[in-house]
Ligand binder design. Structure first.
Ligand SMILES: Nc1ncnc2c1ncn2[C@@H]1O[C@H](COP(=O)(O)OP(=O)(O)OP(=O)(O)O)[C@@H](O)[C@H]1O
Ligand SMILES: [Mg+2]
Length: 492
């Protein structure tokens, strides 16, 4: 006699939806769904209820022959009947090789329970294959690179706080960075992402944090990172002495001017090429760490072993005092506004002269010209407090805009810092020609938008916590290095 199992009629609508919206194959065989359901049921530790009644003939929506379900004696399918029997025998502690009826009855129970499990935990609209992978292989689903063992207590707190805010999510891994704990969350649905973004303040309140939580960009199917700041006393900030080590690493050898901004949220060094960044705008509220950030960029230029000449404008007269004796100055540090204006004029003259050299050599840019023997160093103009310069010499904006528009090919780069990231200082002309931005902490989301074209910097922790958005890339969170006055003196 041929054995069969049944998908109950009451489950058929769901099974059809699963085939269409989940598997994406409306014509998929029912036995495939039945196998998945049995596998899901076998993951649960407790036995399916004994009184889970087999559907009556009227209720049986779809019959599935053993030939299909286990491949028993099938001319086309592989025969897994023994494996099925073995799995169920072990699960139930019974010898199901001897009792075919009992074997079929248990398969029926697992099939019904499994469909019920899938129905309650998978939501149409979520990727079924991704859901399945996570359900079947929870230990493999947390990616290895996401890091270390889950800190149970912290994860539980996060999970509770999310639940209080109405967000359904699993904490897949947690990792301690220099200033934050990074939680990888897997959200149950797209609606949970909307709730999480909308109610981040609530989650923060539930966690008892005085400081802002931040989310990363989604990292693939329903996964997102949550940055939970730790108390300042537990932070570790790498010192400036790391810069020469990092910028000279072999993997950065092809960079024209490697710059070290700091470390990422996981503690790895963040080094980028000024050639790719082209020009940088650095902004943040007073005390957020702009000057310290400029120092780490300047020390990178000095330590990188490249031919770089510096033009420094320092209307406050304090920040760049340490560089007065630096060997790599293109002009003396400008502290007077008149000196600064003169320096800008000289730079425009240099840019024009370089353009001539480039066209004589038939070169598109400084690298091609140098390959033909031009021997031109890159020149970097760094202004600490652009607002002071622009307010005292409004005409200098034209010079800066000209340089921003045209200097790139000639190897002249701009790094402009200000604590006033208003649209009066960072005007449309400058914005469109300065592709890379560093935002340190700011007061409002609006200020963050002016600097980065996106919000987020209003949630930063201060003291060199920053969002770095290089030309055409996504913003990345970086913690700046600690550069102190003593470091500067010892380097010049
Ligand atoms: N990466 C860092 N690590 C640790 N502390 C930092 C870091 N960056 C800045 N700080 C702390 O913040 C203080 C202020 O930094 P900084 O002088 O760079 O601010 P600023 O943004 O230039 O302020 P202002 O607009 O007033 O010039 C530093 O003296 C230091 O104590
Ligand atoms: Mg400063």
């Amino acid at each position: 006699m041929a054995f069969k199992v049944y998908i109950p009629a009451s489950d058929m609508a769901f099974v059809e939806a699963l085939k269409t919206n989940g598997l994406g194959v409306p014509k998929a065989f029912h036995w495939i769904v039945a196998r998945l359901a049995i596998a899901r049921s076998l993951q649960l530790p407790q036995f399916p209820a004994e009184d889970l009644a087999k559907p009556t003939v009227q209720e049986s929506g779809r019959e599935i022959h053993m030939e299909q379900l286990t491949g028993e004696n099938s001319p086309v399918l592989d025969d897994y009947t023994d494996q099925f029997r073995l799995m169920l025998s072990m699960y139930h502690g019974e010898d199901l090789f001897k009792d075919r009826d009992r074997f079929a009855a248990l398969l029926q129970k697992h099939l019904q329970r499994g469909i019920g499990e899938i129905r309650t935990s998978w939501h149409a609209g979520n990727d079924f294959h991704d859901w399945l992978y996570h359900e079947m292989f929870p230990e493999r689903a947390a990616p290895a690179e996401a890091g270390g063992p889950i800190d149970k207590e912290g994860s539980n707190r996060v999970r509770r706080a999310l639940a209080e805010a109405g967000v359904s999510a699993a904490v897949e891994s947690a990792r301690e960075g220099p200033r934050l704990t990074l939680y990888d969350l897997r959200l149950s649905s797209a609606d949970d992402l909307i709730r999480l973004r909308r109610d981040l303040e609530k989650v923060q309140f539930e966690l008892g944090l005085g400081k802002a939580l931040m989310l990363t960009n989604p990292m693939g199917e329903r996964r997102i990172g949550l940055h939970v700041p730790r108390p300042d006393a537990t932070w570790w900030t790498p010192p400036a002495s790391k810069i020469p080590e990092w910028v000279r690493e072999d993997r950065f050898r092809d960079m024209a001017v490697p710059l070290c901004a700091g470390v990422d949220v996981g503690g790895d060094e963040v080094v980028f090429d000024l050639r790719d960044a082209v020009h940088l705008f650095v902004a943040g509220t007073t005390g957020s760490g702009k000057s310290v950030c400029l120092h780490s960029l300047l020390l990178s230029m000095l330590a990188g072993g490249r031919d770089v000449q510096l033009c420094l404008i320092d209307p406050k007269e304090v920040e760049f005092a340490a560089y007065k004796a630096c060997q790599s100055l293109w002009r003396p540090v400008a502290t007077e506004i008149a000196q600064a204006a003169e320096m800008l004029g000289d730079l425009i003259g240099e840019m024009d002269a370089r353009q001539k050299i480039l066209s004589e050599l038939g070169a598109q840019n400084i690298d091609e010209a140098n390959a033909k023997g031009a021997g031109l160093p890159r020149i970097v103009l760094v202004v600490d407090e652009l607002a002071d310069l622009l307010m005292q010499r409004p005409d200098s904006e034209d010079s800066i805009v000209r340089l921003a528009q045209k200097a790139r090919a000639t190897g002249i780069h701009l790094v402009l810092a200000t604590q006033r990231p208003g649209s009066d200082i960072f005007s449309g002309q400058l914005r469109s020609n300065i592709p890379s931005r560093i935002a340190l902490s700011v007061r409002t989301a609006q200020e963050s938008r002016i600097i980065l074209d996106e919000t987020g910097a209003e949630r930063l922790l201060g003291k060199g916590d920053m969002l770095v958005r290089l030309a055409a890339q996504d913003a990345k969170r970086v913690h700046g290095l600690r550069v102190e006055a003593g470091d500067l003196r010892s380097w010049m």
